[in-house]
Ligand binder design. Structure first.
Ligand code: XMP
Length: 520
């Protein structure tokens, strides 16, 4: 199921031979302001013709082209006359299908390599240095290019690091232009997109908004739409976008579970009710959540209670409103892409996700998901373009169950207050220091212990606060941030002096793995 959301844009289809590479390629293409989507390698010729892409990019993949069960695409795709760029596995698939040779050797090439351009007339390398650093990750490589192809670059280990047949608009590289370690990778991709495929860079967030607004208006007509606000980036951008499209026909429901960070609840109300003048139902559910969570210490149980209560409250409010037909949701493109397992049949299957919303019996809304073709950084750009403040658009990842997963043990009003105030200091201090947003996430954690301290003349028996700050690219792995000692000292002093009930501060120096980012 293609997203097919931006059908009016020239589209580049990334043919996925191994999901981990395809997403990055699609993002890089979009960074070059060309719309792209990922399709599985077994896409049919008919489907490609129907989609009429402006170009295809064949992704890398974990498999050897000779491995049993290795993914292969329909060879007729290479004869459609569509400009094609094959990357890594893609160059080998192209060579194999068009009569080139891939000798079986045991010499792979992994990591940085020096590329020498041997075909300076190649459109891919026009104006770029004759020697450049590229990233390689392969075992097999093409030994003899197919008839009609010219070899345009090599490395010490790989004789055919790039090849092309301009008459058929077929181009390929053994290296990965999509990764940052390939110094001129983005330039090479742009040359393929703009010069070889002749695509104009028209994919901008302004266009995205205009198209989404037109789509929403057409679909919704005069009906009413409801949207659940959490204070997070995705739901905020959806709300702002749908509001731009249909104004008063949108009602937002903000279930304030009291587990947000300091002032976040007020910020949601200020932005949506006061700035955007959205019809906002603000459900103050703090007391109810505290009752439900009293005495609950098991993290899974906390999560379950909070999630269940959220939807219950949301649907109670939603069904009170008359004439609502649609529910707007912040589903993103990565939510829809299910990664194929390594070595397994590589896929970019689109998950059926519509059953994820636990509609109560007898309740149904049609879904509107205006962000479902977008990556997170694009959603942020749309949010800024729509006028949402930086605090929302650049908000750090924050668990749905909120501070409840950063309080170990009992969640009480008193413990929430301690954590919230300590967390505000951590965010203020690291935020002022980390102005270029190099640190992925930083926050405070309240563990379920007390320790002895001395403040003034008095012995104290109070709470420690743990500071967690990590560097990460995607939260899958992370390393603890090397914060300056002075910054740690400032935070420690401020937290102990300003937050009553805290007499000790510790810094978490655990990477992920083996630790996780959150404590729970
Ligand atoms: P862990 O703790 O597993 O967290 O290393 C990885 C990332 O996920 C965030 N996180 C959540 N995000 N709902 C969310 O939207 C949740 O329930 C949730 N739990 C963890 C976490 O903050 C980190 O960025």
């Amino acid at each position: 199921m293609p997203v097919d959301q931006h059908a009016s844009q020239p589209t580049v289809l990334v043919v996925d031979f191994g999901a981990q590479y395809a997403q990055l390629i699609a993002r890089r293409v979009r960074e070059a302001r060309v719309y792209s989507e990922i399709v599985p390698y077994d896409i049919t010729v008919e489907e490609i013709e129907r989609r009429a892409p402006a170009a295809l990019i064949l992704s890398g993949g974990p498999a050897s082209v000779f491995a049993e069960g290795a993914p292969h695409m329909d060879p007729r795709i290479l004869t459609l006359g569509i400009p094609i760029l094959g990357l890594c596995y893609g160059i080998q698939e192209m060579a194999l299908q068009l009569g080139g040779e891939i000798p079986k050797t045991d010499v792979g090439e992994y990591g940085s390599a020096k590329l020498t351009v041997t075909g300076p007339g190649s459109s891919l390398f026009a104006g770029l240095p004759g020697e450049q650093q590229v990233w390689m990750s392969h075992r097999d490589s093409v030994g003899t290019a197919p008839a009609g192809f010219t070899v345009t670059a090599c490395t010490d280990t790989t004789g055919i690091a790039a090849m092309e047949d301009p008459s058929r608009k077929l181009y390929a590289t053994q290296f990965h232009p999509e990764v940052a370690h390939t110094t001129h990778g983005q330039e090479i991709l742009k040359r393929f997109l703009y010069d070889v495929a002749g695509i104009a860079p028209t994919w901008t967030m302004v266009n995205v908004i205009d198209e989404a607004v037109a789509d929403i208006r057409e679909r919704v007509g005069g009906a009413k739409v409801i949207c659940g606000l959490s204070g997070g980036v995705d739901s905020s951008v959806v709300a702002a976008l749908v509001h731009r499209a249909i104004g008063d026909q949108l009602t937002c429901v903000f279930v304030d579970h009291g587990l947000l960070r300091l002032d976040e609840g007020e910020e949601v109300v200020r932005v949506f009710r006061d700035q955007f003048q959205v019809d906002l139902v603000h459900v103050q559910a703090q007391e109810r959540y505290l009752d439900l969570l009293a005495g609950v210490t098991d993290p899974e149980r906390k999560r379950h209670i909070i999630g269940e209560e959220f939807w219950k409250t949301f649907f109670e409010e939603a069904t009170k409103l008359e004439g609502v037909r649609f529910l707007a949701q912040g589903t993103l493109y990565p939510d829809l892409i299910e990664s194929g397992g390594r070595g397994a049949k590589a896929t970019a299957k689109i998950k059926s996700h519509h059953n994820l919303i636990p509609f109560p019996a007898g309740v149904h809304f049609d879904l509107i998901e205006p962000l479902k073709a977008l990556f997170k950084d694009e959603v942020r750009a749309v949010g800024s373009e729509l006028g949402l403040p930086d605090e929302i658009v650049h908000r750090q990842p924050f668990p749905g169950p909120g501070l409840a997963v950063r309080i170990i043990g009992d969640v009480t009003a008193e413990r929430l207050d301690i954590l919230r105030r300590a967390d505000a200091i951590v965010r203020e201090e690291i935020g002022a220091w980390d102005t270029d947003r190099g640190v992925w996430q930083y926050f405070a954690v309240l563990p379920a212990i007390r320790s002895v301290g001395v403040q003034g003349d008095e012995r104290t028996y109070a709470h420690p606060i743990i500071i967690r700050a990590v560097a990460s690219a995607d939260a899958m792995t992370a390393d603890w941030a090397r914060l300056p000692h002075e910054l740690l000292a400032t935070m420690s002093n401020r937290i102990i002096n300003e937050v009553e009930g805290v007499n000790r501060v510790a810094y978490d120096i655990t990477s992920k793995p083996p630790g996780t980012i959150e404590w729970e």
